[in-house]
Design a protein around this ligand. Structure first.
Ligand SMILES: [Zn+2]
Length: 325
């Protein structure tokens, strides 16, 4: 068995899979808000619960097997941020995780193999392996949630650099032609730069655009309600948002030329966005070229945990290979 833990800004979701990645059990809890120590303890508590489930499932099997599973059930974690070579996490929107050696601390605390990956990259891996991208050789998985990020897979394999940066397109600049057309200010991004495209095309970015065009300080749900009532500020925010998103994804098409773009995250569940996106994308590319198919995630919000489990199993294979050679 293998555990996949998806860590988001507001929720943690722990999934237990068998070795064929069939989901056996899954539950959610709120992401701790008070700090890193509480975060580590919360994960430990969830792993104790998961181990008890695994022990129960192993009842009736030889005791030696059960003991082995108890000790060794590996854990894969999908979280926002990038793990540097020195093991420290940066660029996470869960602030207390930044500059912490999350993976090493969890290996020590949980006494088992732990693998960590960026949530957007693992979403892409999951959808490329089992989900909406499995039929397509070149697949770009794009998550539009609290932030915006992507992962690119070829033949079901994640293409990632040594620092795992490839796909971090949310921190590329918003296209100049979009800024000029909609007379936009350059918003400050949490990463320290200004004008990052994530500040316009994520859920919080859309809410910020709504406010910029005269709407109230709102969340995405309030924007959507106003948009469906055709309120002027909400419509202007959408026009600008979809133009910025089209331009941002056109840049990814020029970089990777995916056959399919699989969308995940909360914004991918809004039909108006997925319906309008192909035309918005086409407006920022040369006429006559073949556009990639645009699809939504097959595993939806649970793809991160599945991707985490895949990376935990791959990590184990690498460890076994290294030990045997
Ligand atoms: Zn940024």
């Amino acid at each position: 068995m293998v555990y996949g833990l998806d860590i988001g800004g507001s929720k943690l979701e722990l999934s237990i899979f068998d070795a064929e990645l069939t989901l056996l059990k899954r539950w959610r809890m709120n992401t701790p808000t008070s700090g890193y120590a509480e975060f580590l303890q919360a994960i430990k508590q969830q792993i104790v619960i998961a181990d008890a489930f695994v022990a129960q499932a192993m009842l009736g099997q030889p005791a030696a097997d059960a003991e082995q599973v108890m000790l060794k059930t590996p854990l894969g974690i999908a979280l926002p941020g990038v793990q540097l070579d020195n093991g420290l996490l940066v660029s996470s929107n869960i602030q207390y995780l930044n500059h912490q050696a999350v993976m090493l601390d969890l290996i020590r605390l949980l006494q088992r193999p732990v693998a960590i990956g960026n949530d957007c990259r693992l979403f892409a891996l999951s959808e490329a392996t089992f989900g909406a991208g499995r039929q397509c050789q070149r697949m770009l998985g794009v998550v539009l949630g609290t932030g915006a990020g992507a992962g690119f897979c070829v033949d079901g394999r994640l293409i990632s650099g040594p620092q795992g940066l490839a796909g971090e397109f949310g921190h590329q600049s918003i296209a100049a032609r979009v800024v000029a057309k909609h007379q936009l200010p350059l918003f400050q991004c949490g990463c320290g730069l200004v004008g990052c495209v994530e500040s316009y095309i994520s859920g919080s970015g859309l809410a910020r655009l709504y406010q910029h065009f005269g709407g109230v300080v709102a969340c995405t749900h309030q924007w959507l309600e106003a948009f469906r009532l055709q309120q002027v500020a909400a419509v202007r925010a959408f026009d600008c948002f979809i133009d910025a998103l089209g331009a941002a994804l056109a840049a990814q098409v020029l970089a990777y030329e995916p056959g399919i773009i699989v969308l995940g995250g909360g914004l991918s569940e809004i039909d108006e966005i997925t319906k309008e996106l192909p035309q918005a994308l086409a407006r920022h590319l040369f006429t006559g070229i073949c556009l990639p198919e645009i699809a939504t995630a097959e595993f939806g919000a649970t793809s991160g945990g599945r991707g985490a489990a895949i990376v935990a199993l791959q990590h184990l294979q690498v460890c076994a290979y290294t030990q045997n050679h």
